[in-house]
Write a protein that binds this ligand. Structure first.
Ligand SMILES: N[C@@H](CCC(=O)N[C@@H](CS)C(=O)NCC(=O)O)C(=O)O
Length: 186
């Protein structure tokens, strides 16, 4: 969904090959040449193969959305990297509901919840004075952080202490590209 949403924002013309996580094709020699991790999402763009959803979104935004989805200044670009790396490091390990991670967090108890709250607090404070993470416009920074805080994940978090995060997520997922992608593929 992360990459499909980015592709929809960018209006890309592409061929989507849907593979579920346990499809044996993911571990075929042919696929492992594209992504040695044998996982989706993986893209091939004009012969260039790339994996890791958030890196793919940065690449697609820079290649096809420079100046709007991807910031045009070095500083803006660095902020897009910063928010992407922040989401990968500070949110991604703590918000999925795959069984092994749920068990791990249950075993950690309060310590696990104590990690997510400050991250959501930082996001909430950032959004106090702006509609989008980098300012007035939606960018790949919003897309990548919102992807990690997907609606199914966010529904299991208590966002009531973080109203800005709640409203920003609603704005992100109300975007026509997000609605169309979720309607088409969810
Ligand atoms: N960090 C990677 C995660 C990729 C990943 O784990 N994908 C899952 C499906 S959501 C998968 O293909 N798993 C197959 C496997 O690891 O064998 C990303 O964001 O792209």
């Amino acid at each position: 969904m992360r990459v499909l949403w980015a592709a929809a924002e960018l209006g890309l013309d592409y061929v989507h090959v849907p593979l579920v996580f346990d499809d044996p094709k993911l571990k075929s020699a042919e696929f492992l040449k594209l992504n040695p991790a044998g996982a989706v999402p993986t893209i091939v763009d004009d012969g260039f193969a790339l994996s890791e959803s958030l890196a793919i979104n940065l690449y697609l935004a820079k290649t096809y959305g420079a100046g709007w989805l991807y910031p045009e200044t070095n500083e803006g670009e660095a902020q897009a990297w910063r928010w992407t790396l922040w989401a990968q490091g500070h949110l991604e390990p703590w918000v999925p509901y795959d069984a092994p991670l749920v068990q791990l967090r249950a075993a950690m108890g309060e310590a696990a919840r104590a990690v997510v709250r400050p991250a959501l607090g930082l996001l909430d404070r950032t959004l106090d004075d702006r509609a989008w993470l980098l300012g007035d416009e939606f960018t790949v920074a919003d897309l990548n952080v919102a992807c990690v805080l997907s609606p199914s994940r966010a529904a299991r978090l208590d966002l009531s202490p973080f109203p800005q995060v709640h409203d920003w997520l609603a704005r992100c997922y109300a975007r026509p590209a997000a609605v169309a992608t979720r309607t088409r593929f969810a």
